[in-house]
Design a protein around this ligand. Structure first.
Ligand code: CS2
Length: 473
């Protein structure tokens, strides 16, 4: 075997939802864990929708460049941990076959919030979701929960242990949430299967963090220039990464994650809350307000002093609703986030982060708002963020230009907004969306949100934030 083609480790992990984030994050940690301690933890990636990644990587033997964009420059690295990429809609049976291979011990996921087919306000399975309806009626699934349940059913029938389900999406108590969804779907198909998964399955919760903007054609050209090796699908990311994982795997079978820098913890909730509320919450707030103010990226947004002051005010509103993990200072965490946002080499578009807000707001902003309301703490910055989301999803920006709103509820939201003539009526119409706002929270949010919506619609995002900064220094 030539030296530059050492034998690849066998596959031990199937990953559902092989987007840029997991290739810039989990794949690198797994590669580092194997480099440190060995093991057969090669990865078969699965695209649940489009063939693009498979088509791009096929001619590269599944290798690709990961580029860390540090403030000082770009650091490329060639990653070879993928053994194959499957495209689920082309051949769902091949995906199930990979997931039921006895050597596969872990099925990890990054399928984004909407891929869980759940109701974001309640965390329960959305049984009316067309993909769930499909998966209840057919043995070859289309949804992520469907693939997990059918593969676990096949493993049980074959006398194999279950795989560990390792979710890596930005959802609160993501493992517990997914366990609930899988059990709910399994029970609708076969109560014995649900009992077996409940007893034998493991669903550790995780906190994942690395800012990874979508790769652009300019990035592809730049990477080829930088490395001299053309790559159809490099991934671009910040240097920072943090992964906290609950150490709860079926038979303890996992890569040596600690050797790769993963924090193995008994309970990840504190890490998860901090990250979802302080990072993702402000990311979404900056995405809507920044987009409306004409800012293309997060770095552009926080380079504007009005928004730099706004994000600091948001952290001041959020921190009282966050319990710091052991040995973590929340204000130091906020300072570090500011520097990460300000990195001019990361071109993370506000439009990209603004996607799927109906699925993101509950865990990013609404939980914090609820706790602030309970404690009698004012949170005008967070209310302004929700108002900005409402204005954003209406589909036209402050200059009257159309916005390409991507959200599973976009059509529904735009219909109710169009029928509501005033900002107050628009706020009331969206607060009535039970997928996003539980009834009791909607009632309590209405008065401050109405004020925020009126200010935002009349003044525009930038002036509304400047006024807020001035009134609450
Ligand atoms: C972002 C996240 O797109 C988004 O909604 O908030 O992808 C964010 O960049 C990551 O969670 C950072 O770890």
């Amino acid at each position: 075997m030539p030296a530059d083609h050492p034998a690849k480790p066998a596959t031990g992990i199937v990953h559902l939802g092989l987007g840029a984030f997991f290739r810039a994050f989990g794949c690198i940690y797994i590669a580092d864990a194997m480099a440190a301690s060995g093991g057969d933890w090669g990865i078969v990636g699965v695209s649940l929708r489009s063939p693009d990644t498979r088509d791009a990587l096929r001619g590269q033997d599944w290798g690709y460049t990961s580029v860390a964009l540090t403030a000082a420059g770009a650091v490329p690295r060639w990653i070879t941990v993928l053994n194959d990429v499957l495209v689920a809609p082309e051949d769902p049976a091949a995906v199930l076959a990979a997931m039921t291979d006895p050597k596969v011990k872990i099925v990890s996921l990054t399928v984004t919030e909407k891929g869980y087919c759940h109701n974001p306000a309640t965390g329960t399975l959305n049984r009316d979701h067309p993909d769930i309806q499909h998966d209840l009626a057919h043995a070859l699934p289309v949804s992520a929960p469907g693939f997990l349940v059918r593969a676990l059913q096949m493993r049980r029938a074959a006398g194999l242990p279950p795989f560990t389900v390792l979710t890596c999406d930005n959802l609160p108590e993501n493992g517990k949430l997914l366990r609930g969804l899988v059990l709910e779907l399994a029970r609708l198909l076969d109560a014995g299967l649900a009992d077996w998964i409940a007893a034998q399955g493991r669903f550790p919760s995780t906190m994942v963090d690395r800012i990874t903007p979508a790769t652009t054609p300019a990035d592809i050209a730049r990477v080829a220039d930088m490395t001299g090796r053309p790559d159809a699908a490099p991934v671009m990311h910040e240097a920072f990464a943090q992964w906290a994982v609950e150490d709860d795997f079926v038979n303890g079978a996992r890569p040596d994650l600690a050797a790769a820098g993963v924090e193995l913890v008994a309970n990840v909730t504190a890490h998860e809350h901090m990250k979802l509320r302080m990072l993702n919450g402000t990311h979404s707030a900056l995405a809507y307000t920044g987009y409306l103010a004409g800012h293309e990226t997060i770095a552009d947004t926080v380079a504007d002093p009005v928004f730099a002051a706004y994000v600091r005010r948001l952290w001041a509103e959020i921190m009282p609703a966050v319990t710091a993990p052991p040995n973590v200072s929340l204000s130091a965490y906020a300072d570090a986030l500011f520097d990460r946002y300000a990195n001019p080499n990361i071109r993370h578009r506000t439009w990209q982060i603004a996607m799927d807000g109906s699925q993101k707001l509950p865990q990013r902003i609404l939980g914090t708002l609820r706790e602030n309301l309970d404690a009698g703490r004012a949170a005008p910055g967070l209310f302004l963020a929700v108002a900005a989301w409402m204005r954003y999803v209406s589909g036209t920006d402050e200059a009257g230009k159309p916005i390409d709103v991507r959200d599973p509820l976009a059509t529904k939201m735009q219909a109710v907004l169009a029928a509501a003539p005033t900002p107050a009526a628009k706020a009331a119409a969206l607060l009535a969306l039970r997928e996003v706002f539980p009834a009791d929270l909607a009632d309590r949010m209405q008065p401050p949100l109405t004020r925020a919506a009126e200010t935002l619609w009349s003044m525009g995002s930038s002036a509304a934030i400047a006024a807020l900064n001035k009134a609450n220094p």
